[in-house]
Ligand binder design. Structure first.
Ligand code: UDP
Length: 239
């Protein structure tokens, strides 16, 4: 196991929950720190695409339990994601990093539409591309979107930045105190041992298309920069 991989292009998935610092809305200190870390990696030459969640605003499944129609609630979730994207774009540009937001739901005044080949072109020019509004379709999670966008924009890996957990464990560390973190495993092993890495759809898509995945905690100082630079961190899931 080498301690570093050199990525040409990677996709970073950030949970929306972190953007809110645990509350509804935005925590500018958190977004700023994320922007600084992404900026540092982008400046060192790695091409970066980002997918953000929207858990700090709305989750469709949650609104459904409160009586809303699931489809409409999911669209609200996707619109929430766009606010996170604009916030990250703002802080990235303050760091001097050229950034483009592309949304799966067209909203020409605030972002470009999702055009995969153009996104690749942006990244080749050193711009960070943020893919917003999820897949533009209800019933999908942003984990799945992250894998799909990584595949379509030909990223070398998808990096799942998690909050509260620093990788894949042998069991649920919240329930089993003997659970230990796994440094590296294959999709096949994760399946056989029934380890929940990401949601099932995201998992299948990545496994089938042989996309390496890194699951790491973003709480550690500088973790995002390390992950983007290909340093060994968290758990590596290989095809
Ligand atoms: N969503 C959706 N389709 C997508 C991506 C997201 O309908 O392709 C909606 C869904 O309601 C989801 C919400 O947007 O609950 C926010 O995304 P997610 O829950 O994945 O955010 P995270 O947990 O990463 O913060």
């Amino acid at each position: 196991v080498s301690d570093r991989t050199t990525y040409t292009r990677v996709l970073l998935k950030l949970s929306g929950e972190v953007f809110g610092g645990g509350r509804v809305g935005l925590d500018p200190d958190v977004v700023k720190s994320i922007a600084q870390q992404v900026g540092a990696a982008a400046r060192s030459g790695v091409q970066v695409a980002v997918v953000i969640g929207g858990g700090n605003f709305f989750r469709g499944a949650e609104l459904q339990t409160k009586g809303m129609d699931r489809v409409r609630a999911d669209y609200m979730g996707m619109l929430g994601i766009v606010m996170n994207c604009l916030a990250l774009q703002d802080f990235l540009e303050k760091e001097g990093v050229d950034t483009r937001v592309q949304t799966a739901i067209t909203m020409g005044q605030v972002a470009e539409p999702y055009i995969p080949r153009r996104a690749i072109r942006h990244m080749e020019k050193g711009r960070v591309v943020i893919f917003g509004a999820g897949m533009g379709m209800p019933f999908f999670s942003t984990d799945t979107v992250a894998v799909q966008r990584a595949l379509e924009s030909r990223c070398d890996a998808v990096l799942m930045a998690k909050s509260g957990v620093d990788g894949v464990y042998t069991a649920d560390p919240k329930k089993d105190p003997t659970a230990t973190r796994i440094d590296e495993l294959t999709y096949q092993e994760a399946l056989e041992r029934e380890l929940r890495v990401v949601d099932q759809t995201a998992f299948s898509l990545a496994a089938e298309n042989k996309l390496p995945m890194v699951v790491f905690s973003m709480e550690q100082q500088g973790a995002i920069t390390s992950a983007l630079r290909g340093e060994r961190i968290g758990t590596l899931v290989t095809p």
